[in-house]
Write a protein that binds this ligand. Sequence first.
Ligand SMILES: O=c1[nH]c(=O)c2nc[nH]c2[nH]1
Ligand SMILES: [Zn+2]
Length: 441
Amino acid sequence: MTLYRARVLDTPDDAWPDDGDGLRAGDDVGLVVDDGVITERGPFADVRATHPGEAVIDLRDGWLLPGLVDTHVHYPQVRVIGALGMPLLEWLDRCALPEEQRLAAPAYAAEVASEFVGSLVAAGTTTALVFGSHYPGAVDALFTEAARFGLRVTSGLVVSDRVLPEPLLVTPEQAHADAVALAQRWHGTGRARYAVTPRFSLSAGDAMLESCGGVLADVPDAWFTSHVNENPAEVAEVARLFPDCDHYVDSYDRFGLLSQRAVLAHDVHPMDAELACLAARGTAVAHCPSSNSALGSGLFPLRRHLEHGVQVALGSDVGAGTGFSMFKEGLHAYFVQGLLGADGVALTPGRLLHLATRAGALALGLGDEVGDLSVGRQFDAVCLRPPGGTALDIGLRHADSPEEALGKIFALAGDADVADVWVGGDQISSGGLSRPLRRPA
Ligand SMILES: O=c1[nH]c(=O)c2nc[nH]c2[nH]1
Ligand SMILES: [Zn+2]
């Protein structure tokens, strides 16, 4: 067992009551971690009293938060972050899709997988729903690299059978066979899970979406992810391609793809009927604010999602999104809700932390395992320790309350401040330097 002493911020409770945001702050908390799981939590003096002889790891020079959860991030796009000035379909054509074709080469894919996983760890992201590659070998490379660090990654083969460049296309039969083979290798192996992943219904016809349903039927408890309602030109094209569908969400729903094990990214331009459908299916939405701004996709209607009872979490959407930091995504979400005026939702620091941790865990069906630092959860955590003299260091030293400190963290924290990272009790980054597990989880 290990006994930690720390200042802890987390959000185990409902983040949306009228009179609060669920932030739990402990100034001097004792956490006992046994076999990767938090077995005791309380005021340090109390926990210490029951373990008088135990060595203490004192983290009070930093701030301990739950590991961050990214519910939408593209592995093959780590090298194209920062291509600004284009709307979605032009950006896909000119930036994302040419790069994604390079992952056909195994050596290239292995390098990108290493860069991608290293970037997640550096950002303090311990759980992610990852948009994979169009190439099975590249998806293997991702799962292999994630296992080296023990990251909780849900991912899969990206499939398309129309519209995209020919090297990214596959037949529905081949897509099914490749997906099932990958799922047999990875679904439930260590912390990996498989996600059925048509790129978007714009690039997947009826037969391909049917084959996705076939994979879900063949792989018990597999996940589903795709894109929806990101950009008006995309939405119009999907409506043209699916004349019999009521709306974009229906293009997935009529193939039985939506459930509590599904996450759709963006949903910037939903109809009320689509929100009602998502709520009825229990399907979550990954809100990707920096991507929505970078591509000019629009201002996310969070209030309408919450009013309809749709679960929302945060995604970085790298590489349209502008980096891996979930703090930056939280800040961007806050900006956007502010810009919406009366239509926006007041995102307090506690709600931002909830969106970046617990909401992601819930969206990914991992709410009993990760997302906060309660007894019974896995010890997935980040310790922030900003370098001395930086604005964040100064701000945190002068913060008058935990809320104020958390606001400064969302305003200012970046990779340089993420000092230590643990997954399931294993420390995978120390002093900002990542280190793989000796034995993959
Ligand atoms: O932001 C996005 N990034 C992508 O790679 C993509 N593919 C389809 N739709 C998409 N949206
Ligand atoms: Zn995306």
